[in-house]
Design a protein around this ligand. Sequence first.
Ligand SMILES: *[C@@H]1O[C@H](CO)[C@@H](O)[C@H](O)[C@H]1NC(C)=O
Ligand SMILES: *[C@@H]1O[C@H](CO)[C@@H](O)[C@H](O)[C@H]1NC(C)=O
Length: 186
Amino acid sequence: MALISAPKMLTATAFSQLFLLSTYSILMHCYSSEAAVRPPQTTEMVLYFQDIIAGPNANDIPIVGIPGTAWSFTQFGTVFAADEPMTKTPDPRSAIIGRARGMYLISALDGSSAQAVFSILFSNRAYNGSTLEIQGTGKLLDKVVEYAVVGGTGKFRFARGYATLETIPVDEVHAVVQFNVTVRHD
Ligand SMILES: *[C@@H]1O[C@H](CO)[C@@H](O)[C@H](O)[C@H]1NC(C)=O
Ligand SMILES: *[C@@H]1O[C@H](CO)[C@@H](O)[C@H](O)[C@H]1NC(C)=O
């Protein structure tokens, strides 16, 4: 009995040691690759779009619409192109953080809501060259609309989140849009 069971025990011990060793190395491998890749982060920002709809400095302009209709903010099918500076404070002379570039379409038949698709292109030191992709629908008369952050590049790879936009009129052609964004990313 003793002669037979001794090698068996040895084998069992050797096997479990090997098993423990490999488990250990797998665990260490997981820990070291987790240490190399940063965990997802959450970034929150408040920025201001300078929106100008008419005059020599217009940056938010209707480009196409249904033939025979007067292209406007309340006419279904009107598409606007926009390229607006994003500033650090509501003051248009404050530091420029980047630009909001894209388009929106009056998407409700009764003209009450719009579909927006645009990119935030950062040019400040912290996020220079990185972008966020914003998409969503909002009622034109709502004081605050919320859009989804559906992606990003650079510092914002794998971005997901949301943004609220609150329009604060300055005069007949100029509005400041307070853009609060919360984004999770790598
Ligand atoms: C951002 O990147 C561009 C192109 O690489 C460079 O010319 C510019 O100086 C950078 N801006 C800042 C604020 O770092
Ligand atoms: C956006 O952020 C500012 C500053 O934190 C805050 O005062 C404001 O209420 C926020 N807007 C919305 C719609 O949450």
